[in-house]
Design a protein around this ligand. Structure first.
Ligand code: BT5
Length: 250
């Protein structure tokens, strides 16, 4: 069944049964000057992750991209990714699924630091923008949450809300996500603190691939506007972007 598109949300909704990528459609709207609109699809045929990766998006997921007001300084944009993660965790916890956040853009379940079993990815965030210095011309955040999808229809290492606790009312879940997101972006000072509270990265042994180097150490903090602080053998490193792996305790 398709998501009903009437949401009592702080954004207007454009709904598609099937689309290439909601981020691509949101980008068209954003470039045209639309704001506070969210593109939602039941299925994506060309879902995207970061760095040219693909994002599996079978029917039953929550695939959504929100076009935000770009009036914030470009330097604050990484906060939007953190805010979207917090909003997704809020919505998962509201349906009884104890999700946590892995820096910078993953929502996990089962990421217990004391277990040998690594966490599984329940959702991912893809923030995109154009602009420079203090002028963001458009800004959007894509959210992919595996909702009513069977585990078998997802790649290895993924989890779904269905598998965690049964099917959800996608409309209600999306509503919670958008309300949280809107509250958070209006109060950017609160984002990092909430992110820390939901994080399963902090305190962990991590390996971060920045694309140029691998940094290993203990993740000790996330600081404005979204950088990970890693305590390494050669001192503290502040990492602004990269892929982070949670290492098992030995
Ligand atoms: C992300 O990238 O996690 C960002 C995903 C954003 C998806 C949303 S859906 C709505 C909007 N429209 C889009 O086209 N995109 C956004 P990244 O951190 O690069 O992780 C990508 C990796 O996650 C892949 O290489 C796979 O290993 C894994 N993956 C792919 N599909 C998955 C899924 N459905 N669930 C869990 N993991 C998945």
């Amino acid at each position: 069944a398709a998501i009903e598109y009437e949401l009592d949300a702080p954004y207007t909704v454009e709904y598609h049964d099937s689309i290439g990528s909601t981020n691509d459609r949101a980008r068209e709207l954003a470039v045209d000057g639309d704001r506070d609109i969210v593109v939602v699809a039941d299925e994506q045929t060309g879902g995207r992750g970061r760095l040219e990766r693909s994002w599996d998006s079978p029917p039953g997921g929550i695939w959504a991209s929100a076009v935000l007001d770009p009036s914030l300084p470009a330097a604050h944009v990484p906060l939007v990714t953190l805010a979207a993660g917090v909003a997704v965790v809020d919505a998962c916890r509201a349906v009884g699924v104890e999700a946590t956040l892995k820096w910078p853009n993953d929502v996990l379940v089962g990421d217990d630091p004391d277990s040998d079993r690594g966490g599984q990815k329940l959702a991912g965030i893809l923030t995109e923008m154009e602009g420079e210095a203090d002028r963001v011309s458009w800004l959007l955040v894509g959210i992919g949450l595996n909702a009513n999808i069977a585990r078998e229809a997802l790649p290895d290492g993924a989890a779904s809300l269905q598998e965690q606790g049964g099917d959800v009312d996608r409309r209600a879940v999306l509503q919670t996500i958008l309300e949280s997101l809107s509250t958070l972006v209006a109060a950017p000072d609160t984002i990092i603190e909430q992110w820390r509270a939901y994080s399963s990265t902090l305190g962990r042994a991590v390996r971060v691939d920045t694309g140029r180097e691998q940094i290993e150490g203990r993740a000790v903090d996330v600081q404005f506007p979204g950088a990970l602080v890693v305590d390494t053998d050669s001192g503290e490193e502040v990492v602004h972007a990269g892929d982070c792996e949670h290492l098992r305790p030995v």
